[in-house]
Design a protein around this ligand. Structure first.
Ligand SMILES: C[S@@+](CC[C@H](N)C(=O)[O-])C[C@H]1O[C@@H](n2cnc3c(N)ncnc32)[C@H](O)[C@@H]1O
Length: 124
């Protein structure tokens, strides 16, 4: 049974392909969930140079919205360098609207969409 609150959205069709309706929300369908590894990472940690998962492969995309705004410039640069190391060449980085790349790494990225802070790591 689909809740009346989300029925209009669900009935649009495209959500049904990847999401199951659950109460007043949606849950990613099991076949998609099986492809996802969830883990915790402290972005400010100096003990890891990149999230553990990226030791086994580089990330194609990093979504990090509205997190950097809580850190000072030094930590922001440290985190941006971590992202740079963790991304595959040609990988995408998506930041929050008020979160710029910063001087230290900006030459390593091309701008995909400035307004929405979408960047692409240069191929080297
Ligand atoms: C304002 S919320 C943004 C959540 C989401 N990205 C969004 O745009 O709605 C800030 C998030 O930063 C996470 N965060 C804060 N400090 C962190 C750290 N040191 N390492 C990783 N994540 C952290 C918090 O857990 C929280 O989920």
């Amino acid at each position: 049974m689909i809740s009346a609150a989300i029925a209009p959205i669900y009935l649009l069709g495209f959500l049904g392909k990847y999401f199951d309706p659950v109460a007043d929300s949606f849950r990613v369908k099991p076949p998609i969930r099986k492809m996802v590894n969830l883990s915790r990472d402290d972005l400010t940690s100096t003990r890891t140079s990149s999230p553990m998962e990226s030791v086994f492969g580089e990330f194609d995309i990093i979504l990090c919205r509205n997190v950097l705004i809580y850190f000072n410039k030094e930590l922001q640069n440290q985190i941006m360098n971590k992202f740079l190391r963790s991304l595959a060449p040609g990988g995408y980085l998506v930041l929050g609207i008020s979160e710029p790349l910063g001087n230290e790494v900006e030459h390593q990225f091309s701008v995909v969409n400035r307004k929405n802070r979408i960047y692409k790591k240069r191929m080297m």
